[in-house]
Write a protein that binds this ligand. Structure first.
Ligand code: NAD
Length: 483
């Protein structure tokens, strides 16, 4: 398969190139090879995308929800038909194992298009009786939405933002992460093949400066960012100065609390999913694993045994279940955190180093005896590094779990039903799990509290963030006025 896209950008229903922008090499993280080159959007390209989106949006919003939804559902079917090819591209773009991308990326994007395609026709207002008079409400599109993506789930993010935006009658300009620019172009291509009118889903490439130009442009009504907290603060502030709507899907340092009555195998499985899926490059990961003192050693023993099942290698080989870091830079960041964990006295249980093979591989790493003030317990690492902390008291572990600025996710493993709900009820997090970790179906709201974000993606909640309500008071009688 060819990994070089037809052109860098997709604007107004067609591929567009402008090689005068900064060159962005696309690197396959499993080998370090350059597999494609794209060019950062110049001001002229950004302008073209904004004009196309602005021109197309009003007619799209005037179509019925059923008509809009039909196009999204057709695109979902096409994505599923092409799942293998799209998954291979996602693996080239990110380095994630094909074993994962075949089930978690294009398929998750298709779910979003299908779900919001189905909802599009149901976006109605309310009738509010006021005696003889009444008020009615109309759910309206926002206008032009900008989506800015992170590099860990490029296809999924492109769809999780595009699908609700389009369902509500908006136009979208999506800027993928400069590290993984390939997959969003395929989403745009498929949406248009499915019948989306030109100009409604545009992709422009570029670094942060291109994202910033889009966020600051007066033609833009809403910005949805998936990225780190520092970027989120900048983008939120820029959007506020133009009084734009925002969704912020940011980072986390989420707690996973395992009580001594938990099913150990399931708890170990949850901790593995919550730390090593996508080589740990998942925002909602449960990277602070609080394990009750009574079961700590048995937990660590089973964890170490099960880590032997990690198969590292070329992620295009379907037998491989653990891939490289997305980039050499990210590998460096993760290795620095591992060095800090060692320096600050955490007990290394497994991994702890770069793997001696081609590509940006870091071994699945577990530290035990981690304490709350250690750097690896405080900062988001975004790599395969699990910190295991001890606890023996429920109230204490809740307080420690909440003692962070982040609030994306939280999980609890216990067989005690009332404790499970009590503890989850007390945890400051947006996306929570009981006896599970990291399930993110499109039907469930997804997003964080505190510094981890604003707004929600997926589910009916996302509709609130891609539309606004107009209320209309209708008077049946005469108008009374003071003079
Ligand atoms: P990042 O913050 O470095 O970049 C995110 C995106 O923002 C990129 O496309 C980048 O080009 C763009 N950007 C950078 N500066 C900008 C600016 N000033 N204005 C506009 N756009 C700008 O994040 P990353 O390294 O690509 O991704 C990793 C981070 O994303 C982690 O913190 C992770 O937790 C988070 N993340 C969150 C979610 C979620 O849903 N909550 C999902 C995936 C990743």
């Amino acid at each position: 398969m060819t990994t070089q896209p037809t052109a860098s950008h997709f604007i107004n229903g067609a591929y567009v190139e402008d090689t005068s922008g900064t060159e962005i090499p696309v690197i396959f993280p499993a080998t370090g090879e350059v597999i494609a080159t794209v060019y950062s959007a110049t001001p002229a390209i950004i302008d073209q995308a904004l004009d196309a989106a602005k021109a197309a949006q009003k007619a799209w919003a005037k179509m019925t929800g059923t008509e809009r939804g039909r196009i999204l559902r057709r695109a979902a079917d096409m994505i599923r038909e092409r799942n293998h090819e799209l998954s291979v591209l996602e693996t080239y773009d990110t380095g994630k194992p094909l074993q994962e991308t075949l089930v978690a990326d294009a398929t998750s994007g298709a779910d979003a298009l299908e779900y919001f395609g189905g909802l599009a026709a149901t976006l109605t207002g309310e009738h509010i009786p006021m005696g003889e008079d009444w008020v009615y409400t109309v759910r309206e599109a926002l206008g032009v939405c900008v989506g800015i993506g992170a590099w860990n789930y490029p296809t999924q993010i492109a769809c999780w933002k595009g699908a609700p935006a389009l369902a509500c009658g908006n136009a979208m300009i999506f800027k993928p992460s400069e590290t993984t620019p390939l997959c969003a172009l395929k989403v745009a291509e498929i949406l248009h093949e499915a019948g989306l009118p030109a100009g409604l889903y545009n992709v422009v490439q570029g670094l942060g400066d291109v994202g910033a130009s889009l966020v600051n442009d007066p033609r833009v009504d809403k910005v949805s960012l998936t990225g780190s907290v520092p970027t989120g603060k900048k983008v939120y502030a820029a959007a506020a100065s133009g009084m734009k709507h925002v969704t912020m899907e940011l980072g986390g340092k989420s707690p996973l609390i395992i009580f001594d009555d938990a099913d150990i195998e399931n708890a170990v499985g949850g901790a593995i999913n919550g730390n090593f899926y996508s080589s740990g490059q998942v925002c909602s990961n449960g990277t602070r694993v609080f394990v009750h003192k009574n079961i700590k050693e048995v937990f660590l023993k089973r964890l170490s045994e099960r880590l032997e099942g990690a198969v590292l290698g070329n992620p295009l080989d379907e037998a491989v279940n653990f891939g490289p870091m997305v980039s050499e830079r990210q590998m460096g960041i993760v290795l620095d955190y591992i060095a800090k964990g060692k320096e600050e006295g955490a007990r290394l249980i497994s991994g702890g180093e770069r793997v001696d093979m081609e590509g940006f591989f870091v071994a699945p790493t577990v530290f035990a005896d981690v304490t709350d003030e250690m750097t690896i317990a405080q900062e988001e690492i975004f790599g395969p590094v699990m910190a295991v902390l001890d606890f023996d008291d429920e109230d204490d572990v809740i307080a420690r779990a909440n003692a962070t600025d982040f609030g994306l996710s939280a999980g609890v493993f216990t067989r005690d039903l009332t404790r499970a709900h009590r503890v989850i009820g007390a945890l400051e997090a947006g996306s929570c799990f009981i006896n599970s970790y990291n399930d993110a179906p499109v039907e469930a709201p997804f997003g964080g509290v505190k510094a981890s974000g604003v707004g929600r993606e997926n589910s009916k909640e996302a509709i609130q963030h891609y539309s606004q309500v107009k209320s209309v008071y209708v008077r049946m009688g005469d108008v009374e006025a003071a003079f």
